[in-house]
Design a protein around this ligand. Structure first.
Ligand SMILES: O=P(O)(O)O[C@@H]1C[C@H](O)[C@@H](CO)O1
Length: 336
């Protein structure tokens, strides 16, 4: 009789001996599953098929991609001549499960530019691997998108940040990456980008500066900041000890998204502009007497209140980008 645990001491029963197991017999479905590396979940050809579906279905080739954060779906409502795709109807697309994320892809014109906007993103806490969460960014790339605009709702850790403020992201701390999780984990497909992408200067400085100028022109400069975002896995909001640790690391705002999208976008050489709408202030003191518990209803209510300012910022920035020559042209290469 075999003494190994896998045999459970049972002899003579087909499928239960070590030899049977080596042949693949008698393994439970769970035992047979070999985890697929994240990068192989959506091969290039599958992404290409989704992109073709969108480009053919809309008759448009977008230059700018927008990801709407929680409660910020109205960013897509201002798109004109819109062709709307429900996520369920897009082949191989995941579905949105979070309130405030409608689950629609909108392609059309904004300030003269052809854009595609995701009304609803995918989060790690929904049970999706990071590569699945950020897969639409690769779809955008193969649709022809050069610029990614990623927006999110976030908690303000920087004590100077007030509810309703906008933080332009100029860097991030990748907490999920610290834990060894990356949307790029697994074999690299060089058609998307290099094995070891650099992430310094991921957030386009020209776009940050232009956004600051726009904020000034809109009269909201005192409600605008440039700061560092960090994404945790969620769905729990952070403990005070976690918030203290993040603050020590130089984080200004915390959320549950965006970082893996930015990594995916930079890997395939897209220009990135991202901002956080501060929907709640995070208390980092145990004896804070104010009622500071974050909740998703408040997050969405603040986003609704600030949607007009967010839409204006995005539209005006897109107007400026549209006035610039497409990258790849001689003028764009020389920066003229
Ligand atoms: O999709 P975003 O990052 O804007 O959504 C934030 C993070 C959680 O999904 C949710 C928590 O309220 O809002």
């Amino acid at each position: 009789m075999c003494s190994r645990d896998c045999c459970s001491g049972q002899t003579g029963k087909p499928g239960n001996s070590c030899a049977d197991k080596k042949k693949g017999k008698g393994l439970s479905d769970e035992e047979k599953i070999v985890p697929t590396p994240q990068s192989l979940l959506y091969p290039y050809e599958v992404i290409q098929e989704i992109a073709d579906f969108i480009v053919k279905g809309s008759g448009m080739r977008p230059r700018i991609g927008i990801i709407c954060g929680s409660g910020l779906g109205s960013l897509a409502d201002i798109i004109q001549d819109a062709k709307v795709f429900e996520y369920e109807k897009i082949p191989n697309f995941p579905v949105s499960t979070v309130e405030g994320h409608a689950g629609k892809l909108v392609v059309g014109n904004l300030e003269g530019a052809c854009v595609m906007a995701m009304q609803g993103r995918f989060h790690f806490y929904e049970g999706y691997p990071l590569a699945k969460c950020s897969m639409p960014v690769r779809v955008m790339k193969l649709c022809g998108v050069e610029y990614l605009f990623a927006t999110n709702a976030a908690g303000g850790i920087n004590p100077k940040y007030m509810v309703g403020d906008i933080m332009l992201m100029h860097d991030h701390v990748n907490m999920l990456g610290f834990a060894g999780n990356s949307p790029l984990q697994g074999p690299n497909d060089p058609r998307f980008g290099p094995r070891f992408p650099a992430l310094v200067n991921s957030y386009n400085k020209d776009l940050i500066n232009k956004a600051l100028e726009i904020g000034k022109a809109m009269g909201i400069e005192s409600n605008m900041h440039v700061g560092v975002y960090s994404c945790l896995g969620g769905p729990t909001y952070e403990t005070i000890a976690e918030l203290k640790a993040l603050r020590l690391m130089g984080v200004d705002a915390v959320g549950m998204s965006t970082v893996h999208e930015v990594i995916t976008a930079r890997h395939c050489d897209m220009k990135v502009f991202a901002f956080s709408l501060i929907t709640n202030k995070c208390s980092i003191e145990y004896d804070d007497k104010r009622d500071q518990e974050a909740n998703h209803e408040e997050v969405m209510a603040v986003a609704k209140n600030r949607q007009k300012a967010c839409c204006e910022l995005v539209s005006r920035l897109i107007r400026e980008i549209h006035a610039m020559p497409p990258s790849g042209t001689q003028a764009a290469k020389t920066g003229v």
